[in-house]
Design a protein around this ligand. Structure first.
Ligand SMILES: [Fe+2]
Length: 225
C-alpha cells in the first residue's frame, strides 16, 4: 500500500529557484559622519570608501547573485561555477567593509579607548599586551603584498585570539572555518592613499586612535561565551 502510494503519487510541483525571491544587499549607513574620524582618517576618504568602493562591491555582488540564480534555474552549471570568483570577491568586499565601519568610532564617542575586562585579559594572555598586539597587527598589515586585510579574530574551536591576514577581499573565514572576525583593518590603498599617499605604516599607526574597542569587546564577549 505504502509502496503503491509512493509510485502513484503525483510529483510535487516546485517553483523555480528564482521565484523564491532572491535576497540582495544594500549599503549600510555609517554609524558616524564621514568627517567624524578626522584627523586619523579624512572625511574625503571615508565618503569615497563608503559611497563608491563599498557600494561597488554591493552592486557587483547583487549582479553576480542574480546571474547565479538565473544559472541555477536554467541548470547552467558552467555559468554557476564561473560566477564563484565574482561572488567571493564582491561578497567578501561587502562582508569585510560592513565589519570595518563598525570597528571604528570617533574619539569623542570612545574611539581609541582601550578594551577592558574579558577582551583586555585575553589580549594580555595571547599577545602580552595591547601594545604588543598593535605592533603585531601593524607589522603584518604593512607586510600584506598588494591589497588585503589584517584581522584580530577569535578561533571558536580552541577559544584563542588570532591575528591573520587575507588577500584581496577574502573574508577571515577563508583562513579557517572556526575563525570569527572581531576587528578588521583594510590595507587596500583606497583606504588611505588620499591622505597618507603610499605610506601604509603611518595609516596603520594612526587608525588605532579611532578603533572602537567597546564594539570589539562586546563582540568578543558574545562570541566567546
Ligand atoms: Fe576598502
Amino acid at each position: 500500500m505504502a509502496l503503491r502510494t509512493l509510485f502513484t503519487r503525483k510529483p510535487l510541483i516546485t517553483a523555480p529557484l528564482g521565484f523564491r525571491g532572491l535576497q540582495t544587499f544594500s549599503l549600510p549607513d555609517l554609524p558616524y559622519d564621514y568627517g567624524a574620524l578626522e584627523p586619523a582618517i579624512s572625511g574625503e576618504i571615508m565618503q569615497l570608501h563608503h559611497q563608491k568602493h563599498h557600494q561597488t562591491y554591493i552592486t557587483n555582488y547583487n549582479k553576480a547573485l542574480e546571474q547565479l540564480d538565473a544559472a541555477i534555474t536554467k541548470g547552467d552549471a558552467s555559468t554557476a561555477v564561473k560566477l564563484q570568483s565574482a561572488i567571493k570577491f564582491n561578497g567578501g568586499g561587502h562582508i569585510n567593509h560592513s565589519i570595518f565601519w563598525k570597528n571604528l568610532a570617533p574619539v569623542r564617542e570612545g574611539g581609541g579607548e582601550p578594551p577592558h575586562e574579558l577582551l583586555g585579559w585575553a589580549i594580555d594572555t595571547n599577545f602580552g599586551s595591547l601594545e604588543a598586539l598593535i605592533q603585531k597587527m601593524n607589522a603584518e598589515g604593512a607586510a600584506v603584498q598588494g591589497s588585503g586585510w589584517v584581522w584580530l579574530g577569535v578561533d571558536k574551536e580552541v577559544k584563542r585570539l588570532v591575528v591573520e591576514t587575507t588577500s584581496n577581499q577574502d573574508p577571515l573565514v577563508t583562513k579557517g572555518a572556526s575563525l570569527v572576525p572581531l576587528l578588521g583593518i583594510d590595507v587596500w590603498e583606497h583606504a588611505y592613499y588620499l591622505q597618507y599617499k603610499n605610506v601604509r605604516p603611518d595609516y596603520l599607526k594612526n587608525i588605532w586612535k579611532v578603533i572602537n574597542w567597546k564594539y570589539v569587546s562586546d563582540l568578543y564577549a558574545k562570541e566567546s561565551s
